[in-house]
Design a protein around this ligand. Structure first.
Ligand code: HEC
Length: 135
């Protein structure tokens, strides 16, 4: 029994250490992703990617759907990182939407940091589901 507890504790502690390393890296990319977001995306997706419309499923007066929130309340978290990246690169025009593409406006690091920032906005339980599925 004693040994078993030690093993559990060791697993727990190593888990924590690993997490801290990963978190430190993630914090940098989240901060730079936030900056890129505020410069390029906030005008449509809103502060903290909460969206600008009350109901993102209801069309605007111009007949177009508003930009959805990316903070875990819509469905960004259903899409694998590659899918999100494709939207950032190509926008939504080809799929009948109106988001512009950022393929040439942003470099790969900026795009990855954006993904980290968006991921950081989701509630912990969604992050967990997402990471288990896609990471
Ligand atoms: C001019 C408005 C506009 C800007 C600027 C904009 N978006 Fe969008 N975005 C949209 C709209 C509208 C959609 C829904 C698809 C469509 O209509 O093209 C969307 C969809 C998305 C999606 C897919 C969400 C989902 O639930 O599937 C992601 C991810 C996204 N945008 C990220 C970004 C990022 C990151 C930026 C900044 C680099 C950005 N967008 C800038 C309007 C915009």
């Amino acid at each position: 029994m004693r040994n078993f507890l030690w093993v559990l504790m060791a697993i727990f502690l190593t888990g924590c250490l690993d997490d801290n390393d990963a978190n430190a890296q993630a914090t940098d990319s989240v901060a730079s992703g936030k900056k890129t977001f505020e410069e390029n995306c906030v005008s449509c997706h809103g502060e903290g990617a909460k969206g600008l419309a009350k109901d993102w499923k209801k069309k605007n007066a111009d007949g177009k759907f508003p930009a959805p929130p990316l903070n875990g309340t819509a469905h960004a978290w259903h899409h694998p990182p590659k899918g999100l990246l494709a939207t950032i690169n190509n926008g939504g025009v080809k799929l009948g939407g109106w988001m512009p593409g950022f393929k040439d406006q942003l470099n790969e690091t900026e795009k990855q940091d954006l993904l980290d920032y968006i991921h950081s906005l989701w509630p912990a339980e969604l992050q967990k589901i997402y990471d288990e599925k896609f990471k």
